[in-house]
Design a protein around this ligand. Structure first.
Ligand code: GLY
Length: 588
């Protein structure tokens, strides 16, 4: 599918470029050109094949066109990037039900133009108070298959509503009621199910089909909705209406909280009204890095993403990647070797900072990076077992979503949030329309022992009541002279960090425009399993050279779905990853 999309974009963009080139920007005929055509002319069109979307005043990039449009409408109505980001967050809960959510959680990284400062909001789910370290282990000490994924025990206390409200109150300018209006309408009237959503629904037939409350919404005639049918979510519309009226209080204390708790009580789940009332979004100090003169602003723990993104960048800064070339065997070799080192550390040191001490400063220091790369051999891949024994990172799914927003005032917002797996636990809390997450699976169910996916988690990420599970979500801003230059992020589970990393390398080191930076093939190494994962399509010569260095290559399906926006002197340039054909960037 990936290849076909590339081909289609290639032809389309070549045609656009060919049509657009003879016209001067000043020409009156220019008014006939679309923003993308203008972008094709302006952005180094002589060398590029893929062209970004252009917008002079603002831009939104998300995985669903209706949600992107809602964000753009908010900007056009005078809202700022934070208003738009909150609106997109609620809209995706309606139109991207497999990952967008109000029953899950995530992270926001933002630049506030007024104070010229950078902030992060942690609205990751929290373990219910009654959660215990061994809650997924039977009397024989074995992990109970599926308990942390598809039962009421898999649900963490949702954080999205608190996080969105926090951001809106502190940095937004529009009332919540206005922000929620378009999402309520979409939930009430319904929207047409796309091919992508239909396929996802089909693949989760069993997960959703177990629960009457979920079937009522996502099924018709005993099967999941198919492409072209209308997905109407009346209960969700009512829930959003209550949030619009009463704010997050409705969700955490009022009628919605009571319904979520009733759902738990009916199935012996752990979340209580006290858990709901006790949930708080937390503002945390961003992780700040410096990469070749650009400032990296990214998410601190309980995300592992920011720390390891900066750690890998610090290591890579010691090599002339531009000289090595994008996706040359030499570049990929250094990417793999540095990724391995970071992921080995991840398993050892990362967890909820409110519960465990995370050596963030040490892990992100330039000196530490220098010391780590001492043992990298230019010619030979290191065997994972030689780097550090034991403890790979815990499993994280790739059914997450990311969106990016920028406005003309200079605000920039990156949000990555999730239900964990597609549709989370698959359980809709009766009468609310809210799909509940299964984020508890991001904890180490049994520290030191492989989970269902053959991976092992560390002690720092063991389950405790009120703790937040470790995540890889890496919403990130790149600043140039202290002003937002790039907003980036992606879903992709453990591969999020390396996906975001490559979007930065491609723009900074290889001077690619946002479209080129996204479509370029990606690679990934996470230390264990000891394999260098590469997207299909890289030249066999390159793979052979890597194999000669000792890399165990695994050619796999596409990784990540980046939504990227770049600010230049004349406006914004962005792109939605074609690895999801539903993604859409709109500028104006
Ligand atoms: N659930 C995926 C993550 O948080 O990284």
């Amino acid at each position: 599918m990936f290849k076909i999309i590339i081909k289609r974009h290639f032809l389309l963009n070549s045609l656009i470029a060919a049509l657009a080139l003879p016209l001067s920007l000043e020409s009156p005929a220019n008014t006939q050109l679309s923003m993308t055509q203008i972008a094709a002319q302006r952005y180094d069109s002589s060398k590029d094949i893929f062209h970004p979307v252009y917008g002079k005043y603002g831009m939104v990039a998300s995985e669903q066109e209706l949600a992107t449009q809602i964000g753009v409408d908010i900007l056009k109505q005078g809202g700022n990037a934070i208003d738009a980001a909150v609106a997109v967050g609620f809209a995706l809960a309606v139109v991207l039900p497999n990952a967008g959510n109000i029953g899950g959680g995530g992270f926001m990284v933002l630049h506030d133009a007024k104070s010229n400062n950078n902030f992060t909001v942690d609205f990751r789910e929290m373990a219910p108070n009654k959660a215990t370290r061994d809650m997924y282990i039977d009397n024989n000490g074995n992990i109970i298959d599926g308990k942390s994924l598809y039962t009421h025990f898999s649900v963490g206390v949702p954080g999205t509503v608190a996080g969105m409200e926090y951001a809106l109150n502190k940095w937004g300018s529009l009332p919540l009621e206005k922000i929620l209006e378009p999402s309520i309408k979409l939930a009430e009237d319904g929207f047409v199910v796309s091919n992508t959503l239909a396929n996802t629904l089909k693949s989760e037939t069993e997960t959703l089909g177990k629960w009457e409350s979920s079937k009522k919404i996502f099924f018709k005639d005993g099967r999941p909705l198919i492409a072209g049918e209308l997905l109407v979510q009346k209960d969700l519309a009512n829930t959003l209406r209550q949030i619009a009226k009463e704010g997050s209080k409705a969700f955490y204390e009022g009628d919605i909280a009571k319904k979520i708790v009733a759902e738990m009580e009916k199935h012996n789940g752990l979340i209580t009204l006290e858990d709901m009332r006790g949930y708080q979004a937390i503002e945390r100090e961003p992780i700040i890095g410096d990469y070749r003169g650009y400032k990296i602003v990214t998410m601190p723990p309980p995300s592992s993403g920011g720390i390891h993104l900066v750690q890998i960048l610090n290591m890579l800064e010691n090599y002339p990647l531009n000289e090595f070339g994008s996706n040359s065997a030499k570049t990929i070799h250094y990417l793999a070797e540095t990724m391995k080192l970071a992921y080995a550390d991840r398993s050892e040191y990362l967890g909820d900072p409110d519960f465990v001490k995370v050596p963030a400063k040490g892990l992100t220091s330039k000196e530490y990076a220098k010391s780590l790369i001492q043992d990298i051999d230019e010619e030979k891949a290191r065997v994972a077992a030689d780097i550090k024994p034991g403890k790979p990172q815990s499993y994280e799914s790739d059914q997450t979503t990311h969106y990016s927003v920028m406005d003309e005032e200079g605000n920039a917002v990156a949000v990555t949030y999730t239900l964990n797996l597609n549709f989370g636990s698959g359980i809709v809390a009766e009468g609310t329309g809210i799909l509940l997450n299964n984020e508890m699976d991001d904890f180490s169910s049994k520290p030191g022992v492989a989970n269902a996916f053959g991976l092992i988690g560390g002690d720092a990420n063991a389950i405790e009541g009120k703790k937040r599970p470790l995540s890889s979500m890496t919403p990130t801003l790149v600043l140039k002279k202290d002003k937002p230059w790039l907003v980036t992020g992606s879903p992709g589970g453990a591969r999020i960090i390396t996906t975001v990393l490559q979007s930065i390398l491609n723009t900074v080191d290889h001077s690619m425009n946002p479209a080129e930076a996204i479509v370029t093939h990606r690679v990934h190494h996470q230390w264990l399993p000891d394999e260098l994962r590469i997207e299909e399509g890289l030249s066999p010569d390159t793979l052979k050279l890597l194999e000669q260095k000792g890399h165990k290559i695994s050619v796999k399906s596409p990784m990540g779905r980046i939504q990227i926006i770049q600010a230049k002197e004349d406006g914004f340039y962005g792109y939605s990853d074609p690895r999801n054909p539903d993604g859409k960037t709109i500028g104006f």
